[in-house]
Design a protein around this ligand. Structure first.
Ligand code: SIN
Length: 300
């Protein structure tokens, strides 16, 4: 059975990736799973300098998922290079760095700094809804999305995945814009903007009032958008949004994803990535599929 897939020239041993922001750099998961079995670790967003993130409360549960307004807290690219790359390189898996910024030049600075480092892929985060400048501000408007993609592409030495926001009316337009600007692959979806209110206090629960909704509640939206983007562009697509099981992952592959990422499920169950992989293998065995590539985009 062949599970290996290719994302912009980088071979992943299987299509299971981690969704940025739900796996850190993998340290907390090592006691639970064999990181060597992952297709790729996508690390929490990395900025040019350390970011503190938003004040608490910044995570709240909801039916079928959770809402976060973390605000891309991270120790910065120098820490990532010194501590996380050597740690992750102990494992036989690919490394993808989610890069974040408030301005185009901040995104460019991270890609430039990583140019000579031993990482396999970059993921341009233009879809985080939790920061006042940057993030999703670049991802909801085609020209802005194209401008940051082409600026980062000029300095990047690793293939560039662009991570899209679902908080738009025409996802295909944004996907075509970043393809035209030089993206090598597209990942989607990031979180949907949502809120929860404490009715006793008559106050928003999150300090930022709103945050990003993730988990199984958003899966049907994600499957629809992955299919729309896969129809709109020629680039490989990485699908995510509420994947809890191998069957969920197969839905994304049938919709047109070459690889998938497991996110919120890992916060509930640290073995989720392995169980998704095993579920995909089981589906392939049961349905007589020799190569995962046979399934990509094969929905009728
Ligand atoms: C966050 O840190 O606010 C979430 C990450 C993201 O939405 O990209």
């Amino acid at each position: 059975m062949k599970l290996a897939v290719n994302i912009a020239g980088v071979e992943l041993k299987n299509p299971v990736m981690t969704a940025s922001g739900t796996f850190g750099s993998g340290r907390d998961f090592e006691p639970w799973i064999d990181l060597n079995r992952l297709g790729c670790v996508v690390v929490k967003g990395v900025a040019a300098t350390p970011w503190e993130g938003n004040p608490p409360p910044r995570i709240v549960e909801t039916w079928g998922g959770m809402i976060n307004s973390v605000g891309l807290q991270n120790p910065g690219v120098e820490y990532f290079i010194a501590e996380d790359i050597p740690w992750l390189r102990q494992f036989d898996t690919r490394i993808c760095v989610n890069i974040v910024g408030r301005t185009v030049s901040e995104y460019v600075a991270v890609a430039e700094r990583l140019a000579s480092e031993d990482v396999d892929l970059l993921e341009l985060n233009i879809s985080c809804p939790n920061i006042k400048e940057g993030g999703v501000a670049f991802g909801v408007q085609a020209e802005a999305a194209a401008a940051v993609t082409s600026a980062v592409k000029k300095v990047a030495r690793q293939p560039l995945i662009v991570k899209l926001s679902p908080n738009v009316s025409d996802i295909a337009e944004i996907a075509r814009a970043v393809e035209g600007a030089g993206a090598d692959a597209i990942s989607l979806i990031n979180t949907l903007l949502g809120s929860r209110i404490d009715i006793r206090k008559r106050k928003f629960i999150l300090s930022m009032k709103h945050g990003g909704l993730s988990g199984p509640a958003i899966k049907p939206v994600a499957v629809r958008m992955v299919w729309q983007v896969a129809q709109a562009v020629k680039l490989p697509v990485i699908g995510m949004g509420g994947i809890m099981t191998g069957e969920d992952a197969i839905e994304f592959i049938l919709a047109g994803a070459t690889a998938i990422a497991v996110g919120t499920a890992s916060l509930l169950n640290p073995e989720a990535t392995m169980q998704v992989l095993e579920g995909m293998e089981r589906y392939m065995r049961e349905t007589g599929v020799e190569d995962i590539a046979e399934l990509v985009g094969s929905v009728k």
